[in-house]
Design a protein around this ligand. Structure first.
Ligand code: ATP
Ligand code: MG
Length: 424
C-alpha cells in the first residue's frame, strides 16, 4: 500500500509500522501523536487467510471510535484521540506492549482446544483473563503472568513488572465488563475479547490499538448461530463474494448498533438542603457526584418550615425522571430526609452537615419512624458514591465510572508503595 502524504488534513510523517490491517504514521505537526489508517483488508489465522474487502476500513474506523468513546466516557485511560478521516483516527503515540490481553465470559474457540474437557459455553465468573505473546511466527503463544514479568519488557522507559501486569489484568477485565454491559442494552452477549496496551512517552499505560469486530465474539441474543463478528470469516473454508458481503453486512450492523449503546435512563440526583447555610457541604456532594458523571440539582427547602413546598419540589422530580436519588442535608434535627423518605418510593440519603453536635444530631437521621427506609452517611463523598451506586443499577456508564475509580485508586496506592519501596 503506497504511503499517502496527508489524511483528513493531517500532514503525515514517516510510516512507523505497517501491519495486516493498519498503517501507523507519525504526525510531525502533532508531537506525541500518530495516525492509524485502516485498510480495506480482512485477515485470519495470522494472515494465512486474507482478502480485500471494500468498505471495511471505514466500518472498522467508526466501530473503533464508538467503542473508545464509550470507554473514555467511563474514564478508562486510552490512546484514542479522535477520528481524522472516514478510515483513519488520531491516537497518542505509544510503544506497544507485545501482549494480547484476552477476556472470556464463555468458553469457546481456542480455549476449548487448550482446555479439553471444558464444555463450550462454560461460564467464567469472574471473566477468565488470558495473555498471549504477540509473535505471528509462533502463532502468538499463550504466556503466563510469570513469563510476562520475567521478560522484563522496557517500554518507553517503563519496566513491565508485577504492578503493571496486575493493573493491565484488572483494566482488561473492566474494559470487557463495561462493553459487556453496553452490549446487553441491545441483547447482544459479548463472549470474549482481545485488547492491547501501549506506553506513552510519559510512561503511562494506555489502552491502545483498536477494538472492532475483529477484537471480539458477539452473539445476538446469546445465540452462537447468530454471531456477527470476525469468526464468521474465520469459519469459511472457501470464500465467495457473497460470503464477504455477509461479513461486511455483519460488521456494518455492529457499527450501527453501537449508536444505541448510550444509557437511555434520564437520571437526576437532587440535593435538598434545609438552609442556605448548608451550601458548602452540599457543593462538596455535588462536586463528587458530578465527577462520577451524575446530573445534580441543588435545592433549598425546609421540611419543618415549608413542608408542602418540599413535597411539591419532590413530586416535580418524580414526574420527570426515571432514575432519581434524593440527598437530604439538614443540620440539628433532620426532618427533611425522613419526610422525603416517608412520601416517596425513591431512595433518600441523609448526609447531615458537619457540626460540634453531630453525635447527638445524627440520631434524628438514624432513628426514623417505622415504614421509612432512608440511609445515612456523614461524608459528602460517601453520599455521592452511594447515589452513583444506585443510579449505576440502571446506567452502566455510571457503574463503569465507579469501577474505573476503584481501579485508579488501587493503582495509585500501588504507585505510592512502589515509590517508597524504591527509596529504601
Ligand atoms: N497508538 C499506537 N501507537 C503506536 N503503535 C500502535 C498504536 N496502536 C496500535 N499500534 C500498532 O500498530 C501495528 C499495526 O497494526 P495491525 O493491527 O495492522 O498489525 P497486525 O498485522 O495485526 O499485527 P499485530 O499482530 O502486531 O497486531 C500493531 O503492531 C499495533 O500494535
Ligand atoms: Mg493487530
Amino acid at each position: 500500500m503506497a504511503a499517502p502524504k496527508e489524511v483528513g488534513g493531517y500532514k503525515l510523517g514517516k510510516l512507523i509500522i505497517e501491519g495486516k490491517t493498519k498503517q501507523v504514521f507519525d504526525l510531525p505537526e502533532q508531537p506525541g501523536h500518530c495516525l492509524l489508517l485502516n485498510k480495506d483488508r480482512i485477515t485470519a489465522g495470522d494472515g494465512v487467510k486474507a482478502h480485500d474487502l471494500e468498505g471495511k476500513a471505514a466500518i472498522s474506523n467508526q466501530t473503533n471510535a464508538k467503542v473508545f468513546e464509550i470507554l473514555k466516557a467511563a474514564g478508562i485511560n486510552t490512546a484514542f484521540v479522535k477520528i481524522a478521516s472516514p478510515t483513519a483516527f488520531v491516537s497518542k503515540k505509544c510503544d506497544m506492549i507485545p501482549i494480547e490481553w484476552v477476556t472470556r465470559r464463555l468458553a469457546t474457540g481456542s480455549f476449548l482446544k487448550r482446555n479439553p474437557g471444558v464444555p463450550e459455553g462454560f461460564r467464567f465468573t469472574p471473566p477468565k483473563q488470558e495473555t498471549f505473546f504477540k509473535d505471528d511466527a509462533n502463532h502468538d503463544p499463550q504466556w503466563s503472568e510469570e513469563q510476562i514479568v520475567s521478560a522484563n519488557f522496557k517500554i518507553n522507559g517503563l519496566t513491565i513488572g508485577q504492578d503493571e501486569v496486575d493493573y493491565m489484568r484488572r483494566a482488561t477485565i473492566l474494559v470487557f465488563e463495561i462493553l459487556e454491559k453496553a452490549w446487553a442494552l441491545r441483547d447482544c452477549a459479548l463472549i470474549d475479547m482481545k485488547i492491547e496496551f501501549g506506553v506513552d512517552p510519559e510512561g503511562n499505560i494506555l489502552l491502545a490499538d483498536v477494538i472492532d469486530s475483529d477484537s471480539w465474539r458477539l452473539w445476538p441474543s446469546g445465540d452462537k448461530r447468530l454471531m456477527v463478528d470476525k469468526q464468521v470469516y474465520r469459519n469459511l473454508t472457501t470464500v465467495t463474494a457473497a460470503d464477504l458481503d455477509t461479513v461486511k453486512r455483519n460488521f456494518a450492523w455492529v457499527k450501527d448498533q453501537l449508536d444505541h449503546l448510550k444509557p437511555t435512563v434520564h437520571h437526576k440526583v437532587v440535593v435538598f438542603m434545609g438552609s442556605p447555610a448548608d451550601q458548602e457541604h452540599c457543593q462538596k456532594i455535588a462536586k463528587a457526584a458530578r465527577e462520577l458523571g451524575l446530573d445534580v440539582d441543588l435545592r433549598v427547602t425546609s421540611a419543618h418550615k415549608a413542608t408542602e413546598e418540599t413535597l411539591r419540589i419532590m413530586q416535580q422530580y418524580e414526574d420527570t425522571h426515571g432514575a432519581l436519588v434524593f440527598i437530604a442535608v439538614a443540620g440539628r434535627s433532620n426532618g427533611l430526609g425522613p419526610v422525603l423518605s416517608g412520601n416517596t418510593s425513591y431512595p433518600v440519603i441523609n448526609c447531615p452537615p458537619p457540626s460540634d453536635k453531630m453525635v447527638q444530631d445524627i440520631w434524628s437521621s438514624l432513628s426514623v419512624p417505622s415504614g421509612l427506609g432512608c440511609a445515612t452517611v456523614i461524608y459528602p463523598d460517601s453520599a455521592a458514591l452511594m447515589a452513583a451506586q444506585i443510579i449505576g443499577l440502571q446506567d452502566y456508564l455510571v457503574w463503569a465510572r465507579l469501577r474505573v475509580k476503584q481501579l485508579h485508586m488501587a493503582a495509585a496506592l500501588r504507585q505510592a508503595d512502589k515509590k517508597l519501596r524504591n527509596q529504601v
